[in-house]
Design a protein around this ligand. Structure first.
Ligand SMILES: Cc1cc2nc3c(=O)[nH]c(=O)nc-3n(C[C@H](O)[C@H](O)[C@H](O)COP(=O)(O)O)c2cc1C
Length: 208
């Protein structure tokens, strides 16, 4: 025996409720995803800012360098066939410095990615390692938290020392090598030298 047919309004009620529920769930998922993506982007920006701030003098700029970025390619001087970021640093719109991402290709274990801060006048303001695979206890002393070896570059420029003195002391140049890690030291010295040279050759177009 079947009962009387449900009034038309009631028959659609479950369908409508389910549709509304599914729409609400989808909206909630989308909102959560957007919040998560925003948080990831904020964290990445904060990390990037920390990295950039580490190679720049304190408080000397008022822009957000990680947003003022250009991509450039120079396999010879920047150590990669891929476009590399150059972050422009400004105060009241005027160039203060640039931070160049370079790869030292001939590390002992593998490529070493670096950020090199260079003032508008061409002087190194700081160098930090972004990624590397050098040996713990030997080449990994390029990390700022393990030694201050990377501080040897601050204040140097394309002409200080002369180009042919941008070598480790072991090779007759001006820069101390890390003891027991000459290969790593050598590769970083030449990568910083090339970043400085890149800046010298492209300063005007970098800040255009
Ligand atoms: C297992 C192992 C790991 C090494 N890792 C590094 C390294 O990360 N960076 C480096 O420059 N040399 C490394 N070396 C040392 C090099 O072989 C080389 O001796 C050194 O770079 C030369 O520097 P030195 O003349 O100051 O000893 C490693 C050697 C061994 C046996």
């Amino acid at each position: 025996m079947t009962g009387p047919p449900a009034p038309p309004g009631n028959r659609w009620l479950p369908v409508i409720s389910l549709t509304l529920l599914a729409a609400a769930a989808a909206a909630l998922i989308t909102a959560t995803q957007e919040r998560t993506q925003q948080r990831i982007a904020d964290n990445e920006a904060a990390e990037m800012m920390k990295g950039l701030a580490a190679v720049l003098p304190d408080g000397d700029y008022d822009n957000q360098p990680y947003r003022d970025r250009i991509m450039v390619v120079d396999a010879e001087l920047l150590g990669s066939n891929d476009p590399q970021p150059v972050y422009r640093v400004r105060k009241s719109g005027r160039p203060v410095a640039a931070v160049i991402a370079v790869t030292a290709r001939n590390g002992y274990v593998g490529p070493i990615r670096l950020l090199v801060g260079i003032s508008a006048s061409g002087t190194v303001t700081g160098v930090r390692v972004v990624t590397h695979r050098e040996t713990p206890g030997l080449g990994d002393r390029i990390e700022a938290k393990k030694s201050n070896w990377l501080s040897i570059f601050a204040g140097h420029s394309a002409t200080r020392p002369d180009y042919d003195q941008w070598l480790v002391k072991r090779d007759g140049g001006d820069f101390d090598q890390m003891t027991g890690a000459t290969v790593t030291s050598r590769s970083v010295v030449s990568a910083v030298r090339d970043a400085v040279r890149y800046f010298q050759e492209h300063r005007d177009t970098i800040f255009e």
